[in-house]
Design a protein around this ligand. Structure first.
Ligand code: KIV
Length: 263
């Protein structure tokens, strides 16, 4: 039985073991993942893979709370992080009220907040009020509309310096770890070396302290598009379609149910 991670054990992992994070949105899958991973993120990516929306922006706090409750129920021994959706951490007051709501209504261990140095004061306010915060810098999906798309970061020196400053200011604000997404491996490595907290990469190369992937991408359930950084460990969509096709065929032919499945 896996022992539940804590902020102390996760931070002690830096430089000693690679940290593994995966997303989950429900109790069933969370219960399948928790033995293998260090952290489960209830990502606002659920708005895309669960709800079928084109981006994460319309996810609401109540939806995140509902799914975080489910994940905590399915994986009670996991370190669970609830992603704060777009528009819920815009001011210190709103951010704290919304984070307290997450902590009161779920058993999440931490929240994740997208944003760089412009959000450092808000992250500091949260961490000073007993809210454990994971930062998220680099490519930030909640900025997709303001930035006009998803763009890989750190390719020029201005971008490189800005994201380094973002990461350092979120660490200084008291975050216990950060996600770095969609950046060059050189930038991810430099940030990992500069910070004393764990840096978890997604689309950020090999040199970070750990990795995170969206479960439906890495298990091959999401077929429409495969970003370069995703490795499919299962052909989930193919397996499901084959199995459901087989079930439908057997119902239509009368091969299911048999006596074995009859009271
Ligand atoms: O929402 C999410 O799943 C995320 C991960 C991609 C890090 O933020």
């Amino acid at each position: 039985m896996r022992k539940k991670e804590t902020i102390t054990s996760l931070q002690a992992g830096k430089g000693n073991r690679k940290l593994v994070m995966i997303t989950a949105y429900d109790a069933l899958f969370a219960s399948l993942f928790h033995e293998s991973v260090d952290m489960i993120l209830v990502g606002d990516s659920l708005n895309m893979s669960f709800l079928g929306e084109p981006d994460t922006l319309s996810a609401t706090l109540d939806q995140m709370i509902y799914h975080t409750k489910a994940v905590c129920n399915g994986a009670p021994k996991s370190f669970v992080i609830c992603d704060m959706p777009f528009g819920t951490v815009g001011t210190e007051r709103d951010a704290l009220a919304n984070a307290v709501k997450v902590f009161r209504q779920t058993r999440a261990d931490a929240i994740k907040v997208e944003g760089g140095k412009e959000r450092a004061a808000i992250v500091k306010h949260l961490t000073q009020n007993a809210i454990a915060v994971m930062g998220h810098v680099g490519l930030m999906p909640q900025s997709v509309r303001s930035e006009g798309g998803y763009k890989i970061k750190g390719r020029d020196s201005k971008d490189f310096e800005a994201i380094m400053e973002d990461a350092l200011s979120i660490e200084a604000a008291g975050a216990f770890a950060i996600v770095i997404e969609g950046v060059t491996p050189e930038l991810a490595q430099a940030v990992t070396e500069a910070l004393s907290i764990p840096v978890i990469g997604i689309g950020a190369g090999q040199e970070t302290d750990g990795q995170v992937l969206v479960w439906s991408d890495m298990l091959g359930f999401f077929e429409n598009f495969k970003p370069k950084f995703v490795k499919r460990y299962l052909q989930g969509a193919t397996l499901v379609k084959e199995a459901v096709g087989e079930y439908a065929k057997e119902v239509r032919s009368g091969a299911f149910p048999t006596e074995e499945h009859t009271y």
